[in-house]
Design a protein around this ligand. Structure first.
Ligand code: BGC
Length: 370
């Protein structure tokens, strides 16, 4: 993996673009001459689960390194992962409040039930930035990928895979966890593309984004619809696409007869399935761009650099409890066989050798990825 290089590139692009817009002006430096806090800070980072590899492979390590580089190696990240348990996350967040960390980045397991704890952080004077999933309660800002766009990209790709789609094409929709507001946005984005174009024969929400639950739901859908009558499967992410594939294989569908399946996250196993043709697409979310933006926002906030903080949060979003939350939404791209090189490889997420292991050598050669 060449993540280090990609991060350096992303960082230089960011400072260039900020300088280009005149955001980091001499005036601001002067205004910031007396920061409320120096380099010595602790940022709390609460991640939601471990089944999906992105949090521990990309989000956390990239953020940690960026916080260190912005603070002369003095800033620390206190990390906790709730392993998909909402109560565990409340306990972890309370501990960070008790530890008096300087700021909390929160990727909520359950956006609604964490709201009371967000209020407690606020009462303790600790700013909270919602990370990836929009937590309810009085958060200071939100940094995420553009989630509605994720769903649109998935929906469009699915139609593209079907070629001439029509309403006789039956598809199954496997959506994410009902406690994650992103799942609703992915679904809405996808439906905006799919509605009236195909028939959504079955649609499921998937508890905890669990691949095992997705697998059993898919088994049920196959029993109802019949594997032969399935034109495509919308899977909200890659880990669930893995479970869906197992259900199709167990129903006797051979690799050459697999319907197009979507995904999200550009997990290594999914990129390999795309190479071999078992999965049609994933959504590549440039992790360095978002995690580094989160680090910049967090450090600026702790230092009291409000002008810089505002320049990093030019969008606004509404949650169920709060309106006009300052936000930064990072864009995403469809990842298919045709652009592996220019996305995950170019950004240093994976080396070609990570993807093209012995098992995938021939398939990689067939798409000239080697
Ligand atoms: C994230 C996805 C992830 C899913 C399951 C969503 O909130 O945006 O990237 O696959 O949660 O963890």
């Amino acid at each position: 993996m060449r993540r280090r290089i990609a991060m350096a590139v992303a960082a230089s692009t960011l400072s260039l673009s900020l300088a280009g817009c005149g955001m980091l002006s001499a005036t601001e430096d002067a205004a910031d001459a007396t920061p409320t806090k120096g380099d010595d800070m602790v940022i709390g980072m609460l991640m939601p689960e471990k089944t999906n590899t992105r949090y521990e492979e990309f989000d956390y390590p990239i953020l940690k390194e960026k916080v260190a580089s912005l603070t002369n190696d003095k800033g620390k990240v206190e990390y906790a992962n709730a392993a998909a348990d909402a109560d565990t996350q409340v306990t972890q967040m309370q501990r960070m409040i008790d530890d008096q960390v300087d700021l909390i980045l929160l990727d909520a397991v359950d956006a609604e039930s964490i709201a009371d704890t967000v209020q407690k952080a606020k009462d303790a004077g600790i700013p909270v930035i919602a990370y990836d999933r929009l937590a309810e309660g009085p958060i200071d800002a939100y940094v995420s990928f553009d989630n509605e766009l994720v769903g649109e990209v998935q929906g469009r790709s699915l139609l593209e895979a079907l070629g001439t789609a029509d309403t006789s094409d039956q598809i199954v929709m496997m959506n994410g966890s009902p406690t994650d507001p992103n799942a609703a946005q992915f679904k809405a984005g996808a439906l905006s593309e799919l509605q009236d174009q195909v028939t959504i024969a079955e649609s499921y929400d998937t508890k905890d984004w669990s691949p095992e639950v997705a697998q059993s739901q898919m088994t049920e859908a196959i029993e109802k619809i019949g594997a032969d009558n399935l034109a495509a499967v919308y899977s909200a992410n890659d880990a669930m696409a893995g479970g869906i594939l197992k259900a199709l294989e167990a129903a006797g569908v051979s690799d050459s007869d697999l319907p197009p399946i979507t995904g999200q996250d550009a997990e290594l196993s999914a990129v390999q399935r795309i190479v071999s043709g078992q999965q049609y697409m994933s959504v590549y979310k440039p992790y360095p761009e978002m995690a580094e933006a989160a680090a910049e926002m967090a450090v600026a906030k702790v230092r009291g650099r409000e002008i810089q903080f505002d320049s990093l949060t030019r969008d606004t979003v509404d949650s169920a409890t709060d309106k006009d939350i300052p936000a930064q939404l990072v864009t995403v791209v469809a990842l298919t066989k045709s652009n592996i090189e220019s996305t995950v490889v170019a950004d240093g997420i994976y080396d070609v050798s990570d993807i093209c292991t012995a098992k995938y050598e021939a398939a990689c050669a067939a798409i000239k990825l080697n």
